[in-house]
Design a protein around this ligand. Structure first.
Ligand code: MN
Ligand code: MN
Length: 463
């Protein structure tokens, strides 16, 4: 009798839920990895904290600070901090940089409320900070939730004062108030975009007056507290970077604890994945480079953003150490732009096209392109590079899914991918699918976090 072919199995592409292929041994690794990530996320609420924490972890694993002109040989592990706001790490490979390097680029800035440069005021015997939001937020989500204040104040003499208010359980937190529904008749008629004007995102910071008969008594009292805690005066806010961020702890989500909720998964979840991967890569063939960039949420501009020549400078140093031209190195390099993607949300199916949407627990999400409308604002990874990723991920047993961010005409988004590709570096987007992206409390699946780490490790380890 003629043998019957299973044509469906032969010809169709089918995806599986990650839990249907997860071994007990690997399930343990998922848990261990995610505990490390949760600790990182809890202590990295700003780009500066994410950089500092990454340096501390890297130094524990044998990385040394890169100093210009340093001699570098295969196996050397170095980090370089760009102004404390972005970080580049490298593990020198056996092959020359002329044969190209493997780059993973994530960002460590997240949407938040920045304090204005003259933030402090008193109104109706209450003290406030004025804010200017950073990145794409739905403003209504930032009212009536606990907030913490993180950042730096740089005094006129250059002294840098680190500020953290509200992270410690004993510390007070801050808040932006919202209207009660009883008196919100007019507000409720407005669109979500207009219901909370940006200038209403004022942070309540005090109500107790200073004991004298002058004016601005509440403002004076809170300034006095800040002065005794940090030695600063009102004028010092002018040279400060202070961010109000959600005051939530990172927590397991779901009765089955299969997900993680927290502020700033976008994009510290991918930053941690590539950081962990570059720490774990053993004697790579090609030099591995890990970038934690700043300013992605505002377009990657500025000295610490991915468009900055700081990247050329660092890569130029690595190349010069081997007598290699930077442009030759770029021409043969590849980059995984490690950024989160939108997970399909069954409560909002109308914004996604189900066949091409990332699903929770289906592994790392590869995006061939991002952008909006007719793919504008994207680098669109070459098919050859997509095929290469399929090959190395399948060979390493990494679960991945190809996806697109939402329906064609629904909106869109971007990453640092195009800024890397514009440098003549083959680049593809890969990252963790997220629910409630850019909300103060975002959700990711533990399985996908781990698969994203394994994706970065596979890219770094490839021959
Ligand atoms: Mn992102
Ligand atoms: Mn984002």
């Amino acid at each position: 009798m003629e043998e019957k072919h299973d044509y469906r199995k032969e010809l169709f592409y089918e995806q599986k839920n990650g839990y249907d292929r997860l071994s007990a041994e690997e399930a343990g690794k998922v848990q261990d990895y995610c505990e490390g990530y949760k600790a990182y996320l809890d202590s990295a609420r700003t780009e500066r904290e994410a950089v500092n924490e990454a340096i501390a972890i890297a130094e524990r694993e044998g990385f040394a600070e890169y100093c210009p002109g340093m001699e570098l040989k295969a196996g050397d592990r170095v980090w370089f901090s760009n102004r404390g706001k972005s970080l580049m790490l490298a593990v020198i490979g056996k092959k020359s940089a002329a044969e190209g390097v493997v780059i993973a680029a994530a960002h460590v800035d997240s949407p938040r409320l920045d304090l204005k440069q003259l933030p402090l005021y008193e109104d109706s015997e209450l003290a406030y900070f004025k804010t200017h939001y950073y990145g794409g937020i739905k403003k209504y989500q930032w009212t009536a939730i606990p907030l913490e204040l993180h950042g730096v104040v740089v005094k006129k003499d250059g002294e840098v004062v680190d500020v953290v208010i509200g992270r410690d359980r004993e510390d007070p937190q801050l808040v932006v108030s919202d209207l009660l529904p009883h008196l919100a008749a007019d507000q409720m008629k407005k669109s979500l975009a207009e219901a909370i004007p940006g200038e209403n995102l004022n942070i309540l910071i005090g109500s107790m007056p200073y004991d004298d008969e002058g004016d601005n008594r509440v403002k004076l009292a809170v300034m006095g507290i800040l002065n005794s805690r940090y030695g600063i005066t009102e004028e010092d806010f002018i040279s400060a970077e202070l961010y109000a961020v959600p005051g939530f702890d990172v927590r397991d989500i779901g009765l089955d604890r299969s997900m993680i909720g927290g502020y700033g998964h976008d994009d510290r979840v991918c930053a941690y994945a590539e950081l962990r991967a570059i720490l774990d890569v053993a004697e790579p063939e090609r030099t591995c480079v890990c970038i934690l960039a700043d300013k992605e949420e505002t377009g990657s501009d500025g000295v610490s953003g991915m468009k900055s020549q700081a990247f050329e400078w660092f890569m130029g140093e690595l190349c010069a150490a081997q007598g290699v031209k930077l442009t030759d190195c770029f021409a043969h390099s590849m980059c995984v732009s490690a950024d989160v993607t939108a997970a399909f949300d069954p409560s909002w199916p109308e914004v996604s096209e189900k066949r091409n949407a990332a699903k929770l627990n289906y592994g790392v999400g590869l995006n061939k392109f991002t952008g909006a409308r007719g793919k504008s604002g994207t680098s669109d990874a070459p098919a050859e590079l997509v095929a290469y990723m399929r090959r190395i991920l399948d060979e390493s047993g990494v679960q991945w899914q190809m996806c697109e961010l939402g329906k064609v005409d629904q909106g869109g988004g971007g990453t640092v991918a195009m800024y890397m590709a514009n440098r003549n570096i083959d680049t593809i987007d890969a990252g963790v699918p997220v629910l409630s992206m850019h909300a103060p409390f975002e959700i990711v699946s533990k399985y996908d976090c781990y698969m994203t780490y394994r994706t970065m490790l596979a890219a770094y380890s490839a021959k």
